[in-house]
Design a protein around this ligand. Structure first.
Ligand code: CUA
Length: 362
């Protein structure tokens, strides 16, 4: 065989299968390196789903070992040997057929019982839950808290220990809300709600991912769930209420008149607000202290407390001044196809003013 032929020969199937298996196994890990693993459940809903999954895996493992073991024994024990001739030919065995029909039926029944129980338990909505409206957009998530009267984007804060009830829908195409460590996926449809709930005691930040193909930037439509002790959550709510469209139509009522004077004279505030209006940001974004503060149905995320968020552009960039400047300068380079289209390029002065202004609003 020539060298050329050797080089062109396709790899044997086991190479491809092993590579595929390694990839699958790598994707299943948990912990820091693989934060979106369903195998490390952090809430009661996820634990119920995980129990059903593990029950199925255990039964599948038992069946695999027994069937493959019997196959290997048969292959070895009844293999062709010199001088043995043709083996006895048999057709049909009623006893065996009944056994191998009954055993799988019994195993399926054993899996069905916990599965059906989990389906019923996870579809019962919890009482006394904190309600959050989840709205999918191309390509970011909006979160509204109808009882706390706040609106935010991409980062959902929740108190530890209290049931959270999500009412999910979309503003445009189909999406699917999924935070693997808390709950299952739920599709987002226009004009109707789907629901999902979870309770967790794990304080920390957990990441989620849109799980329904929704266009060019589907893979970069992330979300974060920040689980906090209840007091910390209350502080976050109080902060987010300032300028919320759901509260006093976004008009800020100052705690003291002095606060409003300080804000009115703050140069970061003045220059930033001017750039926000002149640069066209207010065409798509609600922002505290501007004419859009009270608007709910704009195309882009509410930016009133952007400085308090950990990430930018639905999870793809860490919240740093450099990244925010990059996103403002070249949104179509950072996130191609995004609806963030500037009416004109921003000047460097405007970018600087906007970065300081947006980050100052925590
Ligand atoms: Cu939204 Cu995929």
């Amino acid at each position: 065989m020539s060298l050329r032929k050797v080089a062109l020969r396709p790899a044997p199937p086991w190479v491809w299968l092993s590579a595929l298996a390694l990839l699958v196994i790598a994707g299943c890990g948990g912990g820091e390196k693989f934060p979106q693993s369903t195998l490390v459940p952090k809430g009661d809903f996820a634990v119920m789903v995980d129990e059903v999954f593990m029950t199925t895996v255990k039964w599948a493992a038992v069946v695999f070992v027994l069937v493959e073991g019997a196959l290997l024994i048969a292959l070895w024990r009844f293999r062709q040997r010199p001088g043995l001739g043709e083996p006895e030919q048999v057709h049909g065995n009623a006893v065996l057929e009944v056994i191998w029909t009954l055993i799988p039926a019994a195993i399926l029944a054993l899996i069905a019982v916990p599965t059906v129980r989990a389906i019923f338990r996870t579809s019962e909505l919890p009482e006394d839950a904190l309600e959050i409206e989840v709205i999918g957009h191309q390509w970011w998530w909006e979160f509204r808290y109808p009882n706390q009267l706040i609106v935010t984007a991409n980062e959902m804060h929740v108190p530890a220990g209290r049931p959270i009830l999500l009412k999910i829908r979309t503003a445009d195409v189909l999406h699917s809300f999924w935070v693997p460590q808390f709950a299952a996926k739920r599709d987002a449809f226009p004009g109707k709600y789907t629901t999902l709930w979870f309770t967790t005691d794990s304080v920390g930040t957990f990441s989620g991912q849109c799980a329904e193909f929704c266009g060019l930037q589907h893979a970069r439509m992330g979300s974060l769930v920040v689980v906090e002790p209840p007091e910390e959550f209350e502080r976050w709510v109080a902060k987010e209420q300032v300028g919320s469209p759901l509260m006093n139509s976004g008009v800020v009522t100052w705690a003291t008149p002095a606060d409003s004077i300080v804000a009115a004279q703050d140069s970061v505030e003045i220059r930033g607000r001017a750039a926000f209006m002149a640069g066209g940001c207010l065409g798509c974004h609600a922002m505290v202290g501007t004419p859009t503060a009270g608007l709910l149905s704009l195309q882009g995320p509410n930016l009133s407390h952007l400085g308090g968020r950990q990430r930018l552009a639905a999870g793809i960039l860490a919240q740093t001044p450099e990244n925010l400047a990059r996103w403002l300068r070249e949104p179509q380079v950072v996130k191609e196809g995004s609806l963030m289209k500037l009416p004109r390029p921003l000047t460097e002065d405007e970018v600087g003013a906007l970065v300081a202004y947006l980050r100052a609003h925590r």
